[in-house]
Ligand binder design. Structure first.
Ligand SMILES: *Cc1c(COP(=O)(O)O)cnc(C)c1O
Length: 458
């Protein structure tokens, strides 16, 4: 399938780091993605039917990811619950996969809450997070029996007034990690005040504590979870049930192999990028212990699993990106192809039919590094290729770096960016330029090793 990129030829006499082409960063591909790429017709038929860029979702892979997290809990002998961090992808088929595979959903708006309910996730399976929530969201969350991570004392007061004694609001207190500059969570003094408010209102049922850390460090999560167990024991002494600790999301995804990521980091420079662009940082696209393996690592650290068991604490996790690992990709059609030169050497500058809003890394002033796959596969020579969007902004580029595509791309070819379901595909999309928002196509396994497809009904 042309997925094994050959290495880039460097002009005789030139230093390796003077190549105008970035090193290859082939993405790990799931079996379903290989089947899709190997199908002689399906991608072209979908591109024809959609008439513009589109996303492809494969929800069985979401089910697989949920089951892997469940297995990590089971192997560690821990009572655990998965809540999908819904902001990572709006597709209805993901919430449906959660309902079908025993996962809850972590929501932060009325829109996310109602979308999850509509896909069959029950109210009691919802976690409601987000900073200082509006009354409407709190009221709906309390009505549906959702677990509400309270971020602020005023919010807790309002919730106490909204909820009823016969159906108390189920509450976690979101904790501000020590020495953190986050705008979310409560300080130790605020936590004491929150415990007092909860003690004073029978309409509040304090079920535990939560945090969400940025970054991807397993040890930091394990250690903070240990502190939250202590918070639970203290709250129990005050008469609260306090049975749940939520450690939020931030489980990594492994997009590319270690050697490719290392070589990229060691050699990256402006000479690889269209117009000499440079970026300060990149997402860690190689992640050695991703997803459920990272959960197992957290549970092992200083026997967190044992401490959860001994204290009868349920561990909640809120993975967004990791629940979508290898569950989707994004397809653009090449509209045009120019030849440009850098340092006297030619490269291709493509225009595709969509925008970088469907590949959100620009949000973080960075670039999505897993290489797009050029379809169909045909013989040719490796060609350094940058990818621009169908907009009138010079800066709207999908790939500034010159990706070593296995041949020269031509108008009508498809370019498939792999593993885009987690945050890449729809976080930033808008109808900029009055271009339609790319639809999501859901693939279903059909008899005879075929796919059938539907449009996502989110
Ligand atoms: C964003 C977010 C998540 C999901 O984070 P990922 O990095 O996608 O796993 C979970 N919980 C909270 C509170 C969040 O804000």
């Amino acid at each position: 399938m042309g997925l094994e990129h050959t290495s880039v030829t460097v002009e005789p006499g030139a230093e390796a780091n003077e190549s105008i082409s970035a090193v290859p960063m082939p993405a790990h591909l799931d079996p379903w993605e290989r089947r899709l790429l190997a199908d002689p017709d399906l991608l072209a038929d979908l591109a024809f039917a959609m008439g513009g860029p589109f996303h492809v979702m494969y929800p069985p892979r979401v089910g697989h990811n949920i089951r892997a997290f469940h297995a990590a809990f089971t192997q560690a002998g821990v009572h655990g619950t998965v809540y999908y961090g819904k902001k990572a992808n709006k597709a209805g088929c993901v919430a449906r996969a959660c309902a079908e595979n025993g996962a809850g959903v972590d929501v932060a708006s009325v829109g996310e809450l109602t979308a999850a309910l509509a896909q069959g996730v029950r109210g009691a399976e919802l976690m409601v997070t987000g900073p200082v929530k509006a009354d409407e969201l709190l009221w709906l969350a309390a009505r549906h029996g959702a677990l509400i991570a309270v971020d602020d004392l005023g919010e807790l007061d309002r919730l106490a007034a909204l909820a009823t004694v016969s159906e108390p609001a189920r509450v976690l207190i979101r904790v501000l990690p020590t020495a953190s500059a986050s705008r979310f969570g409560m300080t130790p003094g605020e936590i004491d005040d929150a415990l007092a408010i909860a003690s004073g209102h029978d309409s509040i049922r304090l079920e535990g504590f939560s945090f969400h850390l940025s970054g991807y460090d397993a040890v930091a999560r394990a250690e903070l979870a240990g502190e939250l167990i202590a918070h639970c024991l203290h709250a129990r002494a005050l008469g609260h049930p306090a049975t749940t600790v939520s450690i939020g999301g931030g489980f990594g995804v492994d997009y590319v192999a270690a050697d490719a990521a290392l070589e990229f980091t060691a050699r990256v420079g402006r000479q690889w990028f269209h117009s000499g662009k440079s970026f300060d940082s990149y997402y860690p696209y190689h992640f050695p212990v991703p997803g459920a393996a990272m959960l197992a690592q957290i549970l092992e650290h200083e026997d967190l699993a044992g401490r959860l068991r001994d204290n009868a604490v349920r561990l909640a996790i809120e993975p967004g990106r990791a629940l979508l690992a290898h569950a989707g990709c994004t397809v653009f059609r090449v509209q045009g192809s120019k030849t440009r030169h850098a340092h006297g050497r030619p490269y291709r500058l493509l225009t595709v039919d969509g925008t970088s809003l469907s590949l959100s890394e620009q949000w973080f002033d960075s670039e999505y590094l897993p290489d797009p796959v050029l379809w169909p596969e045909r013989p040719g020579a490796v060609t350094p290729t940058s990818v621009g969007a169908a907009t009138c902004l010079d800066s709207d580029m999908l790939s500034w770096r010159r990706v070593p595509l296995p041949r020269a791309a031509e108008a009508g070819d498809l370019l498939i960016y792999p593993n885009t379901a987690g945050y890449q595909m729809d976080s930033n999309e808008s109808a900029f330029h009055e271009l339609p928002i790319p639809p999501k196509v859901v693939l279903h396994d059909a008899p005879g090793d075929r796919f059938r497809w539907t449009r996502d009904g989110s």
